[in-house]
Design a binder for this molecule. Structure first.
Ligand SMILES: CCCCCCCCCCCCC/C=C/[C@@H](O)[C@H](COP(=O)(O)O)NC(=O)CCCCCCCCCCCCCCC
Ligand SMILES: Nc1ncnc2c1ncn2[C@@H]1O[C@H](COP(=O)(O)OP(=O)(O)O)[C@@H](O)[C@H]1O
Ligand SMILES: [Ca+2]
Length: 567
């Protein structure tokens, strides 16, 4: 790769030591002068060695003039005298705030302050760095923020004010904040009222349920504006132009965890600031050609549907409601009869058991521009020609403890690999997991495997398919109407210890679907995946500590440009 020309270089002071600082279009680097000369001449090929540091320009949060009060605030008593002398000699300074990777995908905002005797020089550095930042056009300047004050442990407002707002201010992002006053406040505001032209993105402070509100508001608004009828299951939906940021402050937060790798408000705020972009699939759910909901994480019938139905009554318990309802539902051990038909994904989409996890820059999720249209036509054609005979579609009937569709891994702190560890964020498919009637012990084994590294699909009673569309029809019990009044749910040989359904006056042989944590009113549904319908301010889970810098040493080897100025 052609090394880039230096924009600036100078001898400045950092922590009372002389450093050489250099900037090109992609990297800001600095190294101590005396020590590096004394020690080895070779600097290793990493972003940071003992005496050489480098930061990618696209990971700089902000640069600003350092105020006098800030300069010595972190000094110890011992070094205060030295610092005073130093700041007398070099009274001018600027601070660069940048992204620092810590453990397990967590990001923090680090600061580095450079001092100089020359005020003009400091101003020049601030100007040139800001000029480079202004070229990064994917960064949001104006955001619309919705806070659910009742999500998770009810810390949403505090999390935003203490951890996120100061970072947005530092990055000069304007934020209009709405603290919601009722469920669906954010959805309705986005659907009709909000002036979206003003914003570069929408931020949701809350859990998956709150994200779902933003999703529905934005997707519906986009379809209305483009005159697309959401009730048509085959309608080609128009992708949303605004990015969505998630500040995790809910109970599960799996959409954040599976797209960032951690549930941490500061990390999410930094992904928003740098304008990361992660496309994401969205499932549309219909009942008899009537639109019900969109879903991005788990669409679950049976086990998870029952947990969610039960846990809604325990909302006051916060995130612990899922554990309590989980144990209760596990002990109930219900199964449900029905038939699933699905349209499998094309072969190039991989397999749910192939262990190719979706990671930042995932190849399977890349749109294939040259062949996409023709591929799409072929598969549409195949689908049409197959429609009458249901060719291309597979049908499975049976008794199921759980039917889960995971459009992405659904990784979360409870299950760090998720419900379908190899599911992809943006491949246009969902992984359909069918857990048939089995013993309690076997089901427990299967569940436990979600928490360790074992393969949860390695059971005769579990099957998993990567699909583009599916339908579910619960078994119609001819005598349902008579039996429903007296019958409890079907059991796998044990009497019920407690059951959500015994108090339910809807057919007891049916469960409910949960879609991103919300309950759907119908059991018979049609689902289609809409590839890459939305984009998040995220980049997918990074493989490891990514050191994508060009060798910072190249900066030192370059001829100075016209910008060069040395103190
Ligand atoms: C024995 C331990 C078994 C642990 C099994 C863990 C599997 C967890 C898979 C989680 C998938 C989560 C998919 C995410 C869905 C969310 O969109 C959605 C909404 O999120 P929000 O609250 O942030 O708005 N959340 C949920 O649907 C919550 C799912 C929670 C599942 C908890 C499962 C607990 C199971 C406990 C079984 C206990 C067996 C005990 C035996 C004595
Ligand atoms: N101000 C509010 N009062 C009551 N419910 C709200 C409010 N704002 C949002 N909600 C609803 O709260 C539910 C849960 O929100 P969420 O942020 O996902 O928290 P959790 O992860 O704890 O479920 C969602 O269904 C959302 O529509
Ligand atoms: Ca997918």
């Amino acid at each position: 790769m052609e090394p880039q020309a230096r924009l600036l270089s100078a001898i400045l002071f950092h922590k009372h030591r002389q450093v050489e600082v250099a900037l090109n279009r992609s990297v800001l680097a600095w190294k101590e002068i005396e020590r590096s000369r004394k020690r080895s001449p070779g600097i290793s090929n990493s972003a940071e060695t003992a005496h050489s540091h480098a930061v990618q320009v696209c990971e700089i949060v902000a640069v600003c003039k350092t105020k006098d009060d800030d300069q010595d605030s972190k000094e110890t008593m011992k070094s205060q005298k030295k610092a005073k002398q130093h700041s007398h000699l070099y009274p001018h300074a600027f601070t660069v705030s940048y992204i620092r990777r810590t453990r397990q995908h967590q990001w923090r905002c680090g600061d580095v302050t450079f001092h100089s005797a020359n005020q003009g020089l400091c101003e020049q550095w601030i100007h040139v760095i800001n000029e480079q930042l202004s070229l990064l056009t994917n960064r949001p300047k104006s955001l619309l923020v919705y806070i659910n004050p009742y999500g998770g442990k009810r810390h949403g407002r505090r999390i935003y004010e203490q951890k996120v707002a100061p970072l947005f201010r530092r990055a000069c992002i304007l934020a209009d904040v709405i603290v919601t006053e009722r469920a669906n406040h954010a959805r309705d505001h986005l659907k009709t009222e909000a002036n979206l032209d003003k914003y570069d993105g929408v931020v949701c402070v809350g859990g998956d349920g709150m994200f779902s509100e933003i999703l529905h508001g934005l997707v519906t608004r986009t379809q209305t504006d483009n005159r697309v009828d959401q009730n048509q299951p085959d309608a080609e939906l128009v992708p949303c132009s605004l990015h969505i940021g998630i500040i995790p402050a809910g109970s599960t937060d799996c959409i954040c965890f599976a797209t960032v790798g951690t549930n941490d408000p500061v990390t999410s705020a930094l992904h928003i600031i740098v304008g990361d972009s992660q496309p994401m699939d969205v499932c549309s759910v219909h009942h008899n050609d009537i639109f019900l909901r969109y879903s991005v994480s788990l669409l679950g019938y049976g086990f998870y549907g029952d947990i969610l139905t039960d846990s809604e009554r325990k909302r006051w318990l916060g995130p612990a409601r899922y554990d309590l309802s989980g144990v209760k539902t596990f002990l109930s051990h219900n199964y449900y009869e029905g038939s699933i038909s699905f349209l499998p994904a094309e072969n190039n989409k991989g397999d749910p058991r192939d262990k190719l996890q979706c990671r930042s820059g995932c190849r399977i999720c890349q749109p294939k521009p040259s062949s996409k249209d023709t591929q799409w036509e072929i598969s549409e054609e195949k689908e049409k020609s197959d429609k009458d005979g249901m060719g291309g579609w597979s049908v499975i009937r049976g008794k199921f403890i759980a039917i889960n569709a995971a459009s992405m891994s659904c990784a979360c702190p409870r299950s760090p690999r998720g419900l379908s560890p190899s599911a992809h964020l943006a491949d246009g498919t969902t992984d359909l997991i069918l857990v048939r009637k089995c013993s309690r012990l076997n089901f427990l084994r299967h569940l436990l495997q979600h928490t360790n590294k074992e393969d949860q699909f390695d059971h005769s009673f579990v099957e998993v398919h990567r699909v583009r569309k599916f339908r579910f029809q619960p078994r119609q019990h001819e005598l349902d109407s008579l039996e429903d009044l007296s019958d409890s749910p079907k059991k796998t040989g044990f009497s019920p210890i407690c059951s959500a359904q015994t108090t339910c006056n809807y057919s007891t042989s049916h469960s409910s679907w949960t879609s991103d944590g919300e309950i759907l009113p119908h059991a018979a549904i049609q689902v289609s995946v809409h590839g890459q319908l939305i984009r998040l301010f995220a980049r997918g889970i990074e493989e490891q500590q990514q050191c994508v810098l060009e060798d910072p040493c190249t900066l030192w080897a370059l001829e100075p440009s016209t910008y060069q100025s040395v103190d």
